[in-house]
Design a binder for this molecule. Structure first.
Ligand code: C2E
Ligand code: MG
Ligand code: MG
Length: 636
């Protein structure tokens, strides 16, 4: 072809000819390219159709809705299935993302928006969000939305697109399982876990809303253990079920009634209109239980003690409300059962202070904050120190030195008393061993250690005491254990055996605070007691004829039984003299000395030793003048 054109070239000139040739060539090339492109397009279209069909089929099979959000034009298209899932087949939808986002449950909206923003910003590679959407019929549907962003380079994406799956059934199943795990199998009421969760949520809500109040009722059946033991556990279970049913009838639809376990129930009253709502429910519950409950053939009367606590924005947490209601319930039990008590917020501060002290006390031992102070017990005849009473003190880091009276009851309640008692015993015996070595005497110095009733109930007490004596290398006769009368009120054989065992070791037992409790002399002979301590109450009222009479009788009887009498709390010389004249052979009180730290107690011993060097002639005819030997000014 190119050869045929040559003569023409000679006519029109070479340049024109060449341009013609080039034009023809490029046209041919373009045609070729077009054909190729067309083929490619056809193939691509085919592939796309195939792929679309595949995806559409997959989406159809997956039952997913599809959406495509063009961010450049801010246009969002929804597939028919997407619309169908929300009952919007016949609703005209605008091509806007609003149609989706405006249907999101208010509680889920913020989270979803944050997820979408993260996808757009590129901080998250994909979107996967479970949220609720409002169906056209007004109900909520749980959906799972998955999406990817199409972006060019690092720029803002051009579009995001994804699928939407209906997961309502799965959510329902999950909820069902959760509910099953949250219910008490016996009564069908919600269980403790569920209750605590609801309570936590209610407290969080009320903390944000100063105008709202919630109430917690804590109900504990009275003497249920006895009833249960008496009936047998199967009947007991049936009884609990009928009780639950009766209680259920007392609460309103929004209230949460739970069985917390055993015979404990609780009610959460969310959004209280009036405090009397809570007390009214408590009354209703007590009335509901009032009628006899039929249990097989027998009828059982059940009562309950209820504690009520209210909470508002100032609540620290749900534990606080639980504790308050629990405390109120215990108060209801303590004041006669079958009643309700409302927790008094005023006492919350005192209660908290008490709990702090209890916590501190638990750690006081480990931190070495406990001390032992010693108060002399003197011979009424010659005024010499025959023993010291060991009295616990607590060097509290903030409150200073605390007397035993201010923390021993707390130690008894909280159970710390056992550890504390063991420590005091060891400390006192080690101290006594040193004093006995440094101040030897024909009549070796003794030490008295107080025991709480709770300690005496421990069967290991005698072996602990024996071990402590061995460790300190102190003779048992040098140790007196002070016990109180309250121990004899309910003495079981075990207590008696413990006391006999202690006496068997050779340790002396002193009856402390005599006259304040049981106040009967008749039982004295049954116990291996070697001294009676007459309580300060009688000593301080010696002027009253009947008090003096009581002291006289105690002294007489003790003498007859071969016991010593120690008068406690002698505060004046005059009292000391009178007590000696009545026949008390030992005295203890501020008139002789106050309880003092070990160093000062030792100074008293040193002074006494020096004095006996100078005059061994304290005649028994001399009037008792304990203060001339040991003056109160030496005291703490
Ligand atoms: P208690 O055994 O009757 O001890 C006598 C209490 O009276 C002591 O108080 C003492 O300081 C105080 N006292 C002594 N003389 C006089 C006086 O002339 N006038 C007045 N007004 N008071 C006097 P404290 O040390 O506060 O002890 C109180 C109670 O705590 C003791 O009563 C005792 O029952 C108990 N206690 C002390 N230490 C211990 C211990 O280590 N273990 C146990 N379980 N209880 C202890
Ligand atoms: Mg005592
Ligand atoms: Mg006493």
């Amino acid at each position: 072809m190119w050869a045929a054109l040559l003569p023409l070239a000679a006519v029109v000139g070479a340049p024109l000819l060449w341009s013609l040739v080039r034009q023809r060539r490029s046209r041919a090339r373009r045609a070729l390219e077009m054909t190729r492109l067309d083929n490619k397009l056809q193939r691509a279209r085919h592939a796309l159709r195939q792929s679309e069909e595949r995806y559409a089929l997959a989406a159809l099979a997956a039952n997913d809705g599809l959406w495509d959000w063009d961010l450049v034009r801010d246009r969002c298209d929804f597939s028919p299935r997407w619309r169908g899932m929300l009952g919007l087949e016949h609703t005209a939808l605008l091509p806007l993302a609003r149609e989706w986002l405006d249907r999101v449950h208010p509680d889920d909206a913020t989270r979803l928006r944050a997820d979408i923003e993260a996808l757009i910003a590129g901080t998250s590679p994909r979107l996967e969000s479970e949220h609720r959407l409002r169906h056209a019929d007004g109900t909520w549907r749980w959906v799972l939305v998955r999406a990817l962003a199409l972006r060019e380079g690092d720029a803002r994406p051009l579009r995001i697109a994804g699928s939407m799956t209906d997961i309502s059934a799965r959510k329902r199943a999950e909820e069902e399982l959760r509910r099953a795990a949250m219910h008490d199998a016996l009564t069908g009421l919600v269980n403790r876990a569920y209750f605590l969760e609801s309570l936590e949520r209610a407290v969080a809500r009320v903390q944000r809303r100063p105008d709202k109040t919630i109430a917690l009722l804590f109900l504990d059946l009275d003497r249920f253990k006895q009833i249960n033991d008496g009936l047998g556990h199967l009947a007991g279970d049936r009884l609990l079920t009928s009780i639950a049913r009766r209680l259920q009838g007392c609460v309103r639809p929004g209230d949460v009634l739970a069985r917390l376990g055993g015979d404990e129930f609780a009610v959460l009253l969310d959004d209280l209109k009036d405090p009397t709502d809570a007390t009214r429910i408590a009354e209703r519950m007590q009335e509901a239980l009032h009628g006899p409950l039929r249990n097989d053939e027998s009828e059982v009367i059940v009562t309950a003690s209820i504690g009520i606590a209210f909470g508002g924005a100032d609540l620290e947490g749900h534990e606080e409300l639980l504790r308050d209601a629990d405390l109120a319930m215990y108060r209801a039990k303590a004041s006669g059962k079958a009643r309700f008590e409302v927790f008094d917020t005023g006492s919350r501060a005192t209660e908290r202070a008490r709990m702090e002290l209890e916590n501190d006390l638990r750690r006081a031992l480990e931190r070495g904050e406990l001390r032992v102070h010693y108060q002399p017990i003197v011979d009424a005849g010659d005024g010499r120190i025959v023993a010291f009473e060991a009295l616990a003190r607590w060097a509290h880091p903030q409150r200073g030195l605390l007397n035993a009276a201010s923390f021993i009851p707390l130690a008894e309640e909280s159970g710390t008393i056992s550890a504390l008692g063991r420590w005091v015993l060891r400390e006192a015996l080690a101290q006594l061993a040193q004093w006995q070595r440094d101040y030897p005497s024909e009549r070796p110095l003794g030490v008295s250690v107080n025991l709480s009733p709770r300690e005496v109930l421990q069967p290991r007490l005698p072996s602990n005491v024996a071990e402590a004596l061995r460790e300190a290398n102190v003779a048992p006769e040098s140790l007196a254990l002070e016990i109180t009368e309250s121990l004899f009120i309910d003495t079981g054989d075990a207590t008696l055996a413990t006391l006999r065992e202690l006496a068997g070791l050779g340790v002396k037992l002193h009856l402390d605070d005599f006259g304040t409790g049981y106040s009967s002399l008749s039982y004295l002979h049954r116990f291996p007691i070697s001294a009676v301590k007459i309580d300060r109450y009688f000593v301080s009222r010696l002027d009253a004829a009947e008090c003096e009479e009581i002291v006289r009788s105690v002294v007489e009887l003790s003498k007859r039984l071969g016991m010593d009498t120690i008068a406690e709390g002698a505060e004046s010389d005059e009292q000391g003299v009178r007590l000696r004249d009545i026949g008390c052979n030992l005295l203890q009180g501020y008139a002789c000395a106050r309880p003092v730290p070990p160093r000062e107690a030792e100074a008293l011993l040193a002074r006494q030793a020096g004095m006996s060097e100078r005059s061994r002639s304290i005649s028994s005819a001399r009037v008792f003048t304990p203060h001339s030997d040991i003056h109160p000014s030496l005291g703490a």
